[in-house]
Write a protein that binds this ligand. Structure first.
Ligand code: HEM
Length: 485
């Protein structure tokens, strides 16, 4: 039993902290939800609820361009924020450290907070992500698309429903395997979640989103040496998968000039600049970052086209016309898909309308502070900008910014104007290096499936729901597919 005086002192202490946070902070004047004025509970609740993006958007509609989303963090909806926070090389908030899997010994570029060191790490691995490198893997991605189609055929024949959440994750993982290690993991071939990788990543996503806010807890939980020793943590799964793949690759006589080879080349040329463990760290972050983002994008693409029959008819007509002219290979090449303007507009609109990363990208105001839209923020303030919020800005994207409408991307001049504020892949020195690979795989698999299959939702009224909280990975809308004649 806790003595009453201890309970009283603890209550007074907590109350005092809350009062100080709410009324005596440099951002006390910024409006926001009550819970957020003295804690991180508002953020955590919406992470748990799975709709951080919708909640942040709603909060901006209610409170304006600055919203206090925790006692230390302000979300900014002014488009100026992209330049001021992301393009300017500001330090990332400590939340990002959680990406250093399995623990702080393996600092990858995502988990590196310091801009200088981050830029160095990024330079070390950049050649692997360059478009000129990832395009070399195109024939292997083609083979994976072929296998995906064969599995869809088998499911159709067996009268089974298809869960896009699983299959598109399998596809994302296998592509990461091909491009990084010269070997797919075999998810599509085996048609199952090998070793529970998808389930693990989704649990880990939630863990990251929550525990990232309390990094000290991570050392007790998943980064705890005992948990690591007994290999109990889901983060170990990603780490072990990457470790095994790097190991197998070293013994693979058919290894190509894949990402690992590019990184080895950098290390051979600049041994002083790049440590051996950066290779593994890069592989780990690819396994962690390159599957559910792709799955979300692919699901979102088909979901929104199914909900917009006019757009579906238009994109189909464009693809069918191109196929009739003999301009599409069995699996359309990346170059072929770039010649389909409406199809590309559909992909761009998918990226814009529902970016897979649901949370704001947090940065820390430097010594001299940051000024955005006339408001100065003192050193140490955490400021974030959320792509869901920016992408719904009517002044930039039009009065129908909250609707899925690929037509907005058809005019080149308008495309360029909107593109300045497009941030699905982030912006600035932390921008997603996997974006070329992502666009390559998304273009190929969507063009192939649209051309070859009719897709229908088993329950057409079923709405978009979410399971993995952090990336808002959709689930639970099983489909049936049928070969088009
Ligand atoms: C449609 C798919 C994808 C989307 C929407 C996406 C989006 C993003 C975003 C928003 C960031 C964070 C930027 C920030 O924190 O400021 C990021 C980082 C990253 N992504 Fe992606 N990504 C996708 C696919 C991929 C793929 C396929 C890979 C690699 C195989 C990849 C590798 C990375 C890496 C390594 C980082 C860390 C970058 C850094 O901190 O410098 N991503 N991505």
């Amino acid at each position: 039993m806790i003595p009453q005086w201890i309970a009283l002192c603890a209550t007074c202490f907590v109350f005092g902290v809350c009062v100080r946070r709410r009324y005596f902070s440099s951002v006390s004047d910024i409006p926001g939800p009550f819970l957020a004025s003295f804690s991180k509970l508002w953020q955590l609740y919406h992470v748990w609820d799975g709709h951080t993006e919708a909640a942040t958007l709603k909060a901006h509609e209610k409170y304006g361009k600055f919203v206090r989303i925790s006692h230390r963090e302000v979300s900014v909806s002014d488009p100026e924020a992209i330049k001021a926070l992301l393009v300017a090389p500001l330090r990332k908030a400590t939340w990002y450290q959680i990406f250093n899997l399995p623990d702080r010994r393996y600092v990858n570029q995502m988990g590196e907070l310091d801009p200088k060191r981050h830029i160095q790490k990024q330079r070390n691995v950049a050649s692997g992500y360059a478009f000129s490198n990832v395009i070399q893997a195109e024939p292997y991605i083609d083979a994976l698309v072929g296998k995906l189609e064969a599995q869809f055929d088998a499911y159709t024949k067996a009268g089974k429903e298809i869960n896009f959440d699983h299959w598109f994750n399998f596809f994302g993982f296998d592509v990461v395997g091909e491009v990084t290690f010269s070997r797919a993991f075999g998810f599509i071939e085996q048609g199952k979640d090998i070793g529970g990788a998808v389930a693990n990543t989704q649990f880990l996503a939630l863990y990251i989103a929550v525990i990232g806010h309390y990094y000290w807890l991570h050392d007790i939980l998943l980064a705890n040496p005992l948990i690591n020793y007994f290999n109990l943590a889901p983060s170990n799964h990603i780490f072990d998968t990457a470790l095994a793949a790097v190991d197998a690759r070293k013994r693979n006589p058919d290894a190509r000039k894949d990402m690992i080879e590019q990184w080895l080349q950098t290390r051979r040329t600049h041994p002083d600049r790049m440590e051996e463990k950066e290779l593994l760290a890069g592989a780990v972050v690819n396994v962690g970052a390159g599957a559910d983002t792709i799955s979300t994008t692919l699901q979102s693409f088909f979901y929104h086209l199914l909900r917009n029959p006019e757009a579906m008819a238009k994109v189909r007509a464009e693809i069918d016309a191109s196929a009739r002219m003999g301009e599409l290979s069995d699996v359309p090449s990346y170059a072929e898909t770039q010649k389909l303007p409406y199809f590309q507009a559909c992909i761009k609109e998918t990226y814009r309308h529902f970016p897979p990363v649901a949370f704001g990208l947090p940065r820390v105001a430097p010594k001299e502070g940051v000024t955005i839209a006339g408001r100065h923020f003192a050193e140490g303030t955490i400021l974030s900008v959320n792509s869901h919020v920016i992408h719904k800005n009517k002044e930039i994207f039009g009065q129908d910014a909250d609707k899925f409408n690929p037509d907005r991307w058809l005019d080149q001049e308008r495309w360029r104007a909107m593109d300045k504020y497009f941030m699905t892949f982030g912006a600035g020195y932390n921008q997603c290096p996997g974006r070329h690979l992502a666009h390559l795989e998304v273009s190929k698999v969507t063009a192939t499936l649209l051309r070859d299959f009719d897709i229908e939702q088993v329950n057409p009224g079923q709405s978009w729901t979410f399971k993995a909280k952090f990336t808002a990975v959709p689930y639970g809308w099983p489909c049936r597919v049928k070969r088009r004649s």
